[in-house]
Design a protein around this ligand. Sequence first.
Ligand code: ADP
Ligand code: MG
Length: 329
Amino acid sequence: MAEQPALVAERIVKRFGTLDALNSVDLQVPAGSVLGLLGPNGAGKTTIVRILATLLPADSGRAWVAGFDVVRQAAAVRRVIGLSGQYAAVDAYLTGRENLRMIGRLSGLDRRRSQRRADELLELFDLADAADRIAGTYSGGMRRRLDVAASLVVSPPVLFLDEPTAGLDPRGRAELWALIGELTAQGTTVLLSTQYLEEADRLADAIVVLDHGTVIAEGTAGQLKARVGGDRLELQAPHGQDVRLLAQAMQGLSSAPPTVDAEMGRVVLPVADGAAILPHVAARLAESGLRVSDLALRRPSLDDVFLTLTGQSSETPSGMDTSAVGGRR
Ligand SMILES: Nc1ncnc2c1ncn2[C@@H]1O[C@H](COP(=O)(O)OP(=O)(O)O)[C@@H](O)[C@H]1O
Ligand SMILES: [Mg+2]
C-alpha cells in the first residue's frame, strides 16, 4: 500500500507587503525521507517552514502534515512535529537540563519521563558535562545542539530543521550532520533547510532548490548534478610549463573544448566519462612530452548546479557582484 506523503504543500503563496516571499510553492516529502530545501538567504525557506509548522498563515494554497491540514487541524499538526531553527525556544536563563525537562513537561510527558528523556538527549548531543550550566553560557555549537535536542524531546515523526548548522564551524557542522543522519536512519521525516550545498548533498534524499520564493529545480543530488553535465577532468601544469600548450595537447579529447585557468595553471576538460578518457590523456601527454603535476577527476558539485541554475553562487548574498564567483570548490 502506498503510504501518504508525510508532508504536502500545494501552490503556497505568501506576500509580505509587495514582496512575493513564496510564489506557488509545491512540496512533497515521502514518509521517512529527508527533503533538503536549498536556497540562499531570503529565498523563502523559513517562511515555508513556518507555514508548514502552523506558525504563519499562507495567503493561498494548502498544506498537510501527516495528513492533517495545517490550518484546519493545526493542533493535530503541532502534536506530530518538532521544530528547530532560528526562532526556536531555548531559554538562555535555564540550564540545558532544565530546558529539556521543561519542554518535556510542556509536551505532556510526566515528571519521570521528562527527566529521563532530558538525560538521554544530553548524552546523545554530547551536552552531559554542560547540563547544569545555564544555556546562556553555551558556545554557539552547544546552543545549536541544545536547540536540535529540544525539537526531539518527544521524538516527533516529522521534524523541521531550519538551517540547523548555520554559523557552526566545520567540526560542529560535521558532528551535527552525524546526529541528523542517525535520526533519519530511525525513520523520522525531515524537512531540512540549508544554504549549504554539501549539507543537502550529504543528508537529503531529494532536494528542492528555492530562489526568490520559486522552486527552480528539484531532484536527487545526482539528478541536479547531471543537469550541469558530466565530470570534469582537471590537469595541473607543473611550475614553469605553459598551460596553453597543455590545453592544445588535449584538443579534441573532450565533449567540449578544454578551458584554461591561466592563473591556477590548470586545464579543465568537461568529459562524459572521466575514467574512460584517462588512457587517451596519458597518450597525449606522452606524445607531446608535456607533464602534469596533478590530475583530478571531479563530479560537478552542487555549487556548480546552483551557479548554472541561478547564475549566482549559493552562498553569495543577493545583490552582490557575482562575476568573480564560480570557481569555488
Ligand atoms: N515578517 C516578515 N515581514 C516582511 N518580510 C519578511 C518577513 N519574513 C520574511 N520576509 C521576507 O521574505 C523573504 C523570505 O524570507 P525567509 O523565508 O526568511 O528566507 P530564508 O529563510 O530563505 O532566508 C525575504 O525577502 C524576507 O526579507
Ligand atoms: Mg531562514
